[in-house]
Design a protein around this ligand. Structure first.
Ligand SMILES: Cc1ncc(C[n+]2csc(CCOP(=O)(O)OP(=O)(O)O)c2C)c(N)n1
Ligand code: SF4
Ligand SMILES: [Mg+2]
Length: 285
C-alpha cells in the first residue's frame, strides 16, 4: 500500500506561509495515496510559476518544464507510455495565458490526463502582475489603473472545448478538493480541476475570506453533472456567488483509445524489430 511517507521528498516547499498551494499539494498527495498509485507509475508535469514547482515536492516522477508547455510535454509522455498516470499542475498564467492554445487542444482531444490549475488570478512567481483570470478593474503595480480586459472563464472554456471532467475546487475546502482530484484521476479522459488558490502575498483582493463569503457547493444543490447546458449556466456565475465542485462529466473515448498505433499496447513496449518497414521503403525509396 502506498503511504504519504512514500511521497515525501528531501526538500520542502518554498511557498510563502499561508499560500493556497499548500492545501493543493496535500490534496494531491492524499489522492495518490487513496488510489494507491505506485509513485513509479505517476508523472507530474508542470510549466513555470510558484505552483509549477510542485513536482519537486512529491516523490513520483516529475518534469518541471517551460512556461506554458506542460500540456504538450505531458501529451508526448502520455503517447509514449499511456500506462502511466499523467498529472499536470501549474498556474493560471501558465495554462490560461501563454499555454491557452495547448489547453484547448488537449481538451478537444480528450487526452487521458488530470490537469490541476492553481488559479490565483495573478502571476505569483514574477511578483504580482495581472493574469488572464484577473478580475476586470483589478489593480497591480504594473496595471495601476486596473485591468481593462474581460477575464478568461476556464470552466466555460473547458465545456466549449470538449473536456470530459470539469470541476472547480477551493484551497480552503480540502476534503472536497481531494475528492475532486481522486475522481479526476479515476476519470478516463481529460479532467480539469481549476482551484481557487489565494496568493496571500500579491493578490489582496481574491483572499480566503473573499472566497469564503461567496463559494457554495454544487453537490448540495442537486446540480446534474451530465447536463451540459446547466453546467454552462453555472460556469457563468462569479462575484456574488461562486460554485465549487463538479460542473460536468461525460464518458466518451479518449484520444489514446482511438489512436491505432497504441490501441494494442503502449508505444514503449513495442519492439522496433517487430515493425516491417519494407512496404514503406518499397513505396518511397
Ligand atoms: C516564455 C516565458 N515567458 C515569461 C516567463 C516569465 N514568467 C515566469 S512565471 C510567469 C507567470 C507565473 O504565473 P502563473 O502561471 O499564474 O503561476 P503562479 O506563479 O501564479 O503560480 C511568467 C510570466 C517565462 N518564464 N517564460
Ligand atoms: S507569491 Fe503567491 S502564489 Fe507564490 S508562493 Fe507566495 S503566496 Fe504562493
Ligand atoms: Mg497564477
Amino acid at each position: 500500500m502506498v503511504e504519504l511517507a512514500d511521497l515525501k521528498t528531501v526538500g520542502q516547499p518554498s511557498w510563502c506561509p499561508g499560500c493556497g498551494n499548500f492545501p493543493i499539494w496535500h490534496a494531491l498527495k492524499r489522492a495518490i495515496v487513496q488510489l494507491n498509485l505506485e509513485p513509479h507509475n505517476v508523472v507530474i508535469f508542470s510549466g513555470i510559476g510558484c505552483s509549477s514547482k510542485m513536482p519537486h515536492w512529491i516523490n513520483t516522477y516529475g518534469f518541471h518544464g517551460i512556461h506554458g508547455r506542460a500540456l504538450p510535454i505531458a501529451t508526448g509522455a502520455e503517447l509514449a507510455n499511456n500506462n502511466l498516470t499523467a498529472i499536470v499542475v501549474g498556474g493560471d498564467g501558465d495554462g490560461y495565458g501563454i499555454g491557452v492554445g495547448h489547453f484547448i487542444h488537449a481538451m478537444r482531444r480528450n487526452l487521458n490526463m488530470t490537469y490541476i490549475v492553481s488559479n490565483n488570478q495573478i502571476y505569483g512567481l514574477t511578483t504580482g502582475q495581472t493574469s488572464p483570470t484577473s478580475d476586470k478593474g483589478f489593480t497591480t503595480k504594473s496595471t495601476p489603473t486596473g485591468v481593462i480586459e474581460v477575464p478568461i472563464n476556464p470552466i466555460a472554456l473547458a465545456i466549449a472545448s470538449g473536456a470530459t471532467y470539469i470541476s472547480r475546487g477551493f484551497s480552503k475546502e480540502m476534503r472536497q478538493l481531494t475528492k475532486l482530484i481522486v475522481d479526476g484521476l479515476r476519470h478516463k479522459g481529460f479532467a480539469l480541476i481549476d482551484v481557487l488558490q489565494p496568493c496571500v502575498t500579491f493578490n489582496r483582493k481574491n483572499t480566503y475570506d473573499w472566497f469564503s463569503e461567496r463559494v457554495y457547493k454544487l453537490e448540495e444543490t442537486g446540480h446534474d453533472v451530465t447536463d451540459k447546458k446547466a453546467a454552462f449556466l453555472k460556469s457563468l456565475e462569479w462575484n456574488d456567488r461562486i460554485p465549487i465542485g463538479l460542473f460536468y462529466r461525460e464518458i466518451k473515448p479518449t484520444y489514446e483509445d482511438e489512436l491505432a498505433q497504441i490501441v494494442e499496447m503502449p508505444l514503449v513496449t513495442q519492439r522496433i524489430e517487430d515493425i516491417d518497414i519494407r512496404p514503406l521503403m518499397n513505396e518511397f525509396v
